[in-house]
Design a protein around this ligand. Structure first.
Ligand code: ZN
Length: 171
C-alpha cells in the first residue's frame, strides 16, 4: 500500500465507522500491517493508505505479536498532560512538539469482533491519540507548539509544492 502524504485531502476526511468485519477488512488490516513494518512506523490509520474507514494498526514494540488491529477505536477516558516530540508517516522529515494526554483509555474491536478496553500511558498513549486523530481528519501539525509550527513551515511548503507537481504530472 502507498502511504498518503500531506496535503492529500484523504488525510482531512473524517473516516466512516466499520459496520461488518468481513474478509475485505481482514485483508486491508494485513496489508496495512505490512505497510507499517515496511515504513518502520509504530502506527498507521486507514486514511493514511487512502481508505476513509475507522481502522488503525499499532505495534509499538515492532515484535509483531499481540493485538495490533483495532476497529472503530475511541478514547473513553484521558488524563494528565505531557509534551513530547512526534512524527507522522504522512509527513516525511517533519517532527514537532505536541502536548497530549499522559494516560488514555481506549475501546475498540479486534478482527474477531471482540470488544477491547486498552489503558495506555507514555509513548503508546501518544500513538493512540495520534492515530485516532487521523480517523477524524485531524493532523499532528494542527496541535504542534507555536515554535514547532514555525520551524516546520518551510518543510510543509515543500510538501505542498511537491504534491501539486505530482498531481500535475511534473516530477
Ligand atoms: Zn500520523
Amino acid at each position: 500500500m502507498e502511504i498518503a502524504v500531506y496535503p492529500n485531502p484523504v488525510l482531512r476526511t473524517k473516516a466512516k465507522p466499520i459496520e461488518y468485519i468481513d474478509n475485505e477488512i481482514c485483508r486491508i488490516a494485513g496489508e496495512m500491517l505490512d505497510t507499517l513494518y515496511d515504513a518502520c512506523g509504530v502506527g498507521l490509520a486507514a486514511p493514511q493508505v487512502g481508505l476513509s474507514i475507522r481502522l488503525v494498526v499499532l505495534d509499538i514494540t515492532g515484535e509483531k505479536t499481540g493485538e495490533r488491529v483495532f476497529i472503530n477505536p475511541h478514547i473513553i477516558e484521558e488524563r494528565g498532560e505531557i509534551m513530547e516530540e512526534e512524527g507522522c508517516l504522512s509527513f516525511p522529515d517533519v517532527r514537532g512538539k505536541i502536548i497530549r494526554s499522559q494516560y488514555v483509555k481506549v475501546t475498540a474491536y479486534n478482527l474477531k469482533g471482540e470488544q477491547l478496553e486498552i489503558e495506555t500511558e507514555g509513548l503508546l498513549s501518544r500513538a493512540w491519540q495520534h492515530e485516532i486523530d487521523h480517523l477524524n481528519g485531524c493532523l499532528f501539525i494542527d496541535k504542534m507548539t507555536p515554535a514547532s509550527t514555525i520551524a516546520n513551515k518551510p518543510k510543509l511548503k515543500e510538501l505542498e509544492l511537491s504534491y501539486q507537481n505530482n498531481k500535475a504530472g511534473v516530477s
